[in-house]
Design a protein around this ligand. Structure first.
Ligand SMILES: [Zn+2]
Length: 140
């Protein structure tokens, strides 16, 4: 299946993990980078699919999730970092990535996943100085 990439970004191999999503342009702080797209699935289905090694599933609300591995626009390649340059905002059922600071062309776009379908002991490999060691943020 041909990936329909969001303009302004490209997929390249990442120093964090596997492939990553890189900016091809300048995104000023606070600017919308892209919308997360994918197949709309229920949480039960999301949990069923979470056995796969790489998770490309993102929750919209307490009922629905999007699976970016089907019909995604490249934003599902955005890697986790403990020092991210973007954050996720959910607006009227749409998942948007917003620049947390100025992002220069060529930078990898990263997000703090905070909570995922990964187990809590899933190690983080982001390499940031303040890396907390795990992808999920522990609640205690
Ligand atoms: Zn980290």
């Amino acid at each position: 299946m041909k990936l329909k990439l969001h303009p302004g970004m490209e997929i390249k191999s990442s120093t964090i993990e596997g492939k990553g999503c890189f900016s091809k342009t300048h995104f000023p702080r606070g600017r919308k980078i892209a919308e997360y797209t994918g197949e709309r699935i229920s949480h039960a289905e999301a949990n069923r699919r979470s056995g796969r090694r790489r998770l490309r599933i993102c929750a919209i609300n307490d009922r629905w999730s999007l699976d970016g591995s089907k019909g995604g626009n490249g934003t599902h390649y955005i890697n986790h970092s403990c020092e991210p340059n973007s954050y996720m905002k959910i607006l009227y059922g749409h998942i948007l990535f917003i620049a947390l600071r100025d992002i220069q062309p060529g930078e990898e776009i990263t997000l703090d996943y905070e909570s995922t379908l990964h187990t809590n002991d899933k190690r983080c490999t982001c390499g940031a100085p303040s890396c907390r060691g795990t992808i999920n943020k522990s609640e205690g």
